[in-house]
Design a protein around this ligand. Structure first.
Ligand SMILES: NC(=O)c1ccc[n+]([C@@H]2O[C@H](COP(=O)([O-])OP(=O)(O)OC[C@H]3O[C@@H](n4cnc5c(N)ncnc54)[C@H](OP(=O)(O)O)[C@@H]3O)[C@@H](O)[C@H]2O)c1
Length: 340
């Protein structure tokens, strides 16, 4: 089977790419307000369900893993009726666990059943099984053009997914409204940062619906305009939590080496990290200004910052992000070759 190429401008340096991508990211307004419910979705009336005065989309999750649970749990907590949230999970033990934890949610054995009549289908499976899942579900996914498909599988492009649907339905003109999303692990505690990309067929209303769903588990939701930027998002917020875990681990170890007991070293390190992030979020100052404000001339912070700068902290971070981005492209290519 043949699939389209990832969009990697080979003639550009990675640095230039990142610069362009950052500019594009910056142009996209980010929505930081947590939406409490999704009421804006409209589609053909037989799909709409009444819940009081509000109308909620029926959202089906294919795969009941960690990410699906984080989104489903967040949606339910925000008031989305459980009767409008469906999921499928092949592992019986895991399905029962979800059913007992979320008794109002509707669990299905068969993916086809869960997708029937759904307004939004969230594909929450590993990328390796996405082709099989989409091929099997192709007739249902393409039956109603207003169905919004959200994929959280990294590396698989929207054009790959449309091509899979075309191959499965044997309809060359088949199209689908697909949103790709890259969440991160803090999403599991409702503190996620998510990057989104929408295929051409996605309407403004569907974009709004996607953002609302993401806010069930993410505090920060940003659109990117070029699909290859999803790998940049991976290098920043997808892999980013691990960078901070490493930095905190190094700080904690340094504190222990300098004489603190491990518990105190950990507590001070974590709260410092959290406090700095909260301060940066709440302040009107940019990061460089905030740093300068705690760096008195000839003081302790200045000595530490000079040490970090002379050890090339900026270069280290830049290389880490670009390497993750490049690895994201490579993994996407490996996945594509596995499917061919
Ligand atoms: N966790 C993260 O931090 C993170 C971050 C960014 C993106 N993602 C992506 O998000 C997706 C979900 O991640 P996750 O951590 O939730 O993975 P997960 O816990 O492995 O969940 C995937 C679930 O889908 C089930 N599944 C497998 N084949 C299926 C099929 N044919 N139909 C229905 N369900 C099926 C799996 O069952 P089995 O266990 O039997 O296979 C598993 O329970 C992945 O693509 C992942 O790469 C995750």
């Amino acid at each position: 089977m043949l699939f389209k190429r990832p969009i990697i401008p080979a003639t550009r340096s990675w640095l230039y790419c990142l610069h362009q991508q950052q500019r594009n990211l910056a142009r996209i307004p980010t929505t930081t307000t947590r939406l409490v419910s999704i009421t804006s979705y409209s589609t053909s009336s037989h799909h709409q369900q009444q819940h009081g005065k509000q109308q909620y989309p029926i959202i089906s999750f294919i795969g009941g893993g960690n990410m699906a649970e984080a989104i489903m749990g967040g949606l339910q907590a925000s008031g989305h009726p459980g009767s409008h949230l469906r999921f499928t999970e092949p592992v019986t033990e895991r399905r029962r666990q979800l059913e007992s934890k979320y008794p109002t949610l509707v669990g299905f054995d068969e993916n086809e059943q869960a997708v029937e009549g759904a307004n939004v289908v969230v594909l929450a499976v590993k990328p390796q099984v996405l082709h099989n899942v989409m091929t099997t579900l192709a007739p249902s996914l393409t039956k109603d053009s207003s169905t919004l498909i959200i994929s959280i599988a990294p590396g698989i492009t929207t054009s790959d997914m449309v091509q899979w649907l075309r191959d499965a339905t044997q309809e060359k003109t088949t199209t689908a409204a697909i949103v790709r999303c890259m969440p991160n692990t803090p999403a599991l505690i409702g503190e996620g940062a998510v990057g989104l990309y929408a295929s051409e067929a996605v309407s403004d209303e569907q974009r709004q619906t996607a953002v609302s769903i993401m806010h069930a588990f993410a505090k920060e939701v940003s659109w990117v305009t070029n699909e290859s930027m999803m790998e940049t998002v991976t290098g920043i917020s997808g892999s980013g939590p691990a960078y901070f875990f490493l930095i905190m681990e190094a700080m904690q170890n340094a504190a222990v080496k300098a004489g603190l007991i491990p518990e105190v070293a950990k507590a001070l390190t974590l709260q410092t990290c959290l406090g700095a992030a909260r301060m940066a979020q709440e302040s009107d100052d940019d990061l460089a200004t905030l740093r300068r404000k705690v760096t008195s001339p000839k003081g302790t912070t200045e000595a530490a910052i000079n040490s970090l700068e002379s050890n090339h902290i900026r270069k280290i971070m830049e290389e880490a992000v670009l390497t993750a981005q490049q690895r994201g492209h490579e993994i996407a290519e490996e996945l594509r070759q596995q499917q061919e």
